[in-house]
Design a protein around this ligand. Structure first.
Ligand code: SF4
Length: 479
């Protein structure tokens, strides 16, 4: 078996005890001549799991590999380099990755030269690296979320020495500018405004896997957005684990509100942002949204629980009352705002009464959609150490109860849309019915309708004719 070289291994302890400041560096593309010759015209495959931050990371990796002269393929069996870009937020996401790595055993048996790389949040955890090294000896390279900038260095080493490599820095995390990027779509783009998270919610692994919260400079963000607008991108989503704390570390008075104002003024048809943190959400941001019609009237505002005692145990820094007050303040200024949220059911020792407070909050907000999850312990987080007195069956029961309550609001909201005409950003030919196109409205409702493929990537007007709960049917309105 090939020797493993540990360049750096992850440590949750150093991830937590990180220094205060981060640095901004320029990307250094450093292939050797041997690497350039080896990878020229070879094929790469990337499968991404999880959130938009990972999707953006895939685009950067695609950009780096394309710069090396490689070509992207969508069938792993055709690849010379395959990358699994993983997510660690929930256990079932991890299980999927283990299954996928297992599938590569036979692919590698047929293609001995295939280089299999695993990256992303899972690899930021030592116990996962140990498991992969032990169970999957055919995995060649593992690298962390901070080491995407080192991808070419790893390939240089691989071409030279052909060992197995682990390179996961548990660092503050730098901001790397001028990274190559090959965007997945030509009409919709994600733009990172900040990286990492300092909130340390007790159930969440992200502050450990993605490093300290650090903001990109406003100038770099505006430059990237302007380029996208000039290329005709229809929709831009500003990304950060907590967009509302954007700018705090810059210490020059820059805030998310003034960034959002300046980005919206660039004039793209649609602007969104993800993810908001309730107690950091400022009134100034509400004013900026109200001012710009191109900022979508859809807000993803994770609440996680409607019980103050559970929110405290989660280290979420707001109360149910403060959350409801924020929703009220937003609705007063922007009555048409649609709200979605994240909710965790069955946090350790959650009582039924505490759970009912979440249902009560949901009924008050009238969400139009939601991401609801059963609590999944993450190794190394404080919540994972709590002894839990709630059975899994009870959690499943509560989960179903919450979903069926929330669906009443989803149905009501979508019913109100029937008969009205909405602007829809056309995304693709429908996966279920090749005769239909799929797109989504400003408030992120999926709409299926008859139309021509040439409309993909464009905004069209669609009249809603039917509500199918999680999707709508409509017909194209010719203007
Ligand atoms: S705000 Fe909380 S849930 Fe969100 S990434 Fe940070 S620690 Fe995780």
């Amino acid at each position: 078996m090939r020797k493993v070289e540990f360049i750096e291994v992850p440590s949750l302890v150093s991830a937590r005890n990180r220094r205060d400041s981060s640095v901004t560096i320029k990307y250094n593309f450093n292939p050797t001549l041997k690497t350039l010759a080896y990878f020229k015209d070879k094929k790469f495959f990337i499968r991404t799991y999880g959130c938009q931050a990972n999707i953006r990371d895939e685009e950067v990796m695609s950009g780096i590999l394309t710069k090396l002269g490689m070509v992207k393929v969508y069938d792993e069996k055709l690849a010379d380099v395959a990358i699994l870009n993983t997510c660690a937020v929930r256990e079932n996401a991890e299980d999927k990755v283990y299954g996928q790595i297992g599938d590569f055993k036979s692919i590698k048996a047929k293609n001995k030269n295939l280089i299999l790389m695993i990256c992303g949040c899972m690899i930021e955890q030592k116990h996962i690296i140990d498991k992969i090294l032990d169970k999957f000896p055919f995995v060649d390279i593992m690298f962390g979320t901070h080491n995407i900038k080192d991808l070419v260095t790893l390939l240089n080493k691989y071409v030279d020495e052909n060992k197995r490599y682990v390179y996961v820095s548990s660092e503050v995390g730098a901001i790397v500018e001028d990274l190559p990027s090959k965007r997945l779509e030509s009409y919709r783009a994600y733009v990172n405004i900040s990286y990492g998270c300092d909130k340390f919610c007790t159930y969440c692994i992200v502050p450990y896997t993605r490093g300290k919260e650090r903001s990109r400079s406003k100038e770099e963000i505006l430059k990237e957005c302007k380029e996208l607008v000039d290329k005709g991108y229809v929709e831009i989503t500003l990304l950060g684990q907590n967009v509302d704390s954007y700018g705090k570390d810059l210490k020059d008075g820059t805030t998310f509100a003034n960034l959002l104002d300046e980005v919206a003024s660039l004039g793209m048809p649609r602007l969104r942002f993800l993810t908001s943190y309730p107690s950091d959400f400022k009134n100034e941001v509400i004013d900026v949204i109200a001012k710009h019609k191109n900022i979508m009237r859809y807000l993803h505002l994770p609440v996680q629980s409607g019980s103050n005692s559970i929110l405290r145990a989660m280290n979420r820094r707001y109360t149910k009352e403060e959350y409801l007050d924020l929703v009220e303040r937003i609705r007063t200024k922007i009555p048409e705002m649609a709200f979605s949220t994240d909710i965790i059911v069955g946090f350790p020792n959650e009582s039924y009464e505490e759970f009912l407070e979440t249902i009560d909050l949901a009924k008050k907000v009238h969400y139009t959609s939601a991401f609801t999850f059963i609590y999944s312990p993450r190794v190394g987080t404080p919540a994972a150490k709590i002894e839990d007195n709630v059975s899994y069956d009870e959690k499943v029961k509560r989960f179903k109860e919450l979903v069926s309550e929330m669906e009443k609001d989803f149905i009501y909201f979508a019913d109100q849309m029937v008969g009205k005409t909405y602007e829809v950003l056309v995304e693709e030919v429908s996966k279920k019915n090749k005769e239909l196109l799929s797109g989504y409205t400003e408030n992120l409702k999926v709409v299926h309708f008859k139309g021509d493929e040439s409309m993909i990537g464009k905004l069209v007007k669609v009249k809603i004719t039917e509500n199918h709960l999680y999707s709508l049917i409509g017909e194209l309105v010719n203007e």
